[in-house]
Design a protein around this ligand. Structure first.
Ligand code: SAM
Length: 250
């Protein structure tokens, strides 16, 4: 049977394509893409013309079966998304799972990913982190999700859109407190690339000064709960211990 290649594409700057990605595009029979027009334009920039196959979030389950059949017939297929790494807040999971169950060879072709690129430039702990993707669109669900992450000590990474960024930051300020440190990475690798780190209070004030500052694509990197940020609370166990110790003191 054929091979399924999972190919990362740039997240803005077209120079961020790998040599290997270009070679694979030349070799495959078919390119499975989220938006075939968008990917067609991207690939024509590199001088590549190939048949496309549409694979969206809403039709992936059925379409994956069709692609598995094509792979079983010996076709080689490259999976791409609109930008960055497929499957990372993008379609592809069902296809990859299907292929793995069917014993089809899967070859990843790594490249750009907005979450990792933002994390690496944030100056926030990068040894352990949680990728949370997009938060829910509705305030109540978003606040519930944030509340569940309140005590998470690992760095948190979120994707956000220009339309929701101010609401999301307001909810984070309410749930995490205004002193929590955050880095907002906007338009990474593009003309208006801006990577700004501050407390939630300061970031919200900075964004209010100029509406251009929320434009474009955004990654939020939030510092996890630190010992420092939690020392305003004394755990019941610690309190009990202090009381016992105090009784022993002269
Ligand atoms: N698969 C992609 C990846 O590997 O990063 C992510 C796709 S997701 C549908 C799109 C979101 O990724 C955007 O809303 C934004 O949060 C983030 N993103 C993508 N490109 C970006 C860029 N150049 N700068 C900042 N964020 C970006």
């Amino acid at each position: 049977s054929g091979v399924l290649y999972i190919v990362a594409t740039p997240i803005g700057n077209l120079e961020d394509i790998t040599q290997r990605a270009l070679n694979i595009f030349q070799q495959v029979d078919l390119i499975a893409a989220e938006d075939t027009r968008h990917s067609g334009l991207l690939l024509s920039h590199y001088g590549i013309k190939k048949p496309f196959f549409a694979l969206h979030d809403h039709n992936e389950q059925q379409k994956a079966a069709v692609l598995v059949e094509k792979l079983q017939q010996g076709q080689n297929i490259a999976l791409v998304s609109d930008a960055g790494t497929p499957l990372i807040s993008d379609p592809g999971f069902h296809l990859v799972r299907h292929c793995r169950q069917a014993g089809i060879k899967i070859v990843p072709i790594p490249g750009a990913c907005a979450a990792i690129t933002a994390l690496c430039s944030s100056g926030i702990a990068s040894d352990r982190f949680c990728f949370e993707g997009f938060l829910p669109a509705k305030t109540k669900a978003r606040c519930d999700k944030l509340a569940a992450l309140l005590d998470e000590p690992r760095t948190l990474i979120f994707y956000e859109s220009t339309h929701r960024i101010l609401d999301t930051l307001a909810d984070m300020q309410q749930v995490f407190g205004g002193e929590r440190y955050i880095v907002m990475a906007r338009e990474i690798t593009k003309t208006w690339e801006t990577i700004y780190g501050a407390s939630l209070n300061e970031l919200i004030a900075w964004l209010a000064e100029d509406s251009n500052r929320i434009k474009g694509e955004i990654v939020l990197v939030v510092e996890g709960k630190t010992a420092e940020s939690s020392d305003d609370e004394i755990s019941p166990q610690a309190l009990k211990l202090f009381t016992l110790l105090a009784q022993e003191l002269p």
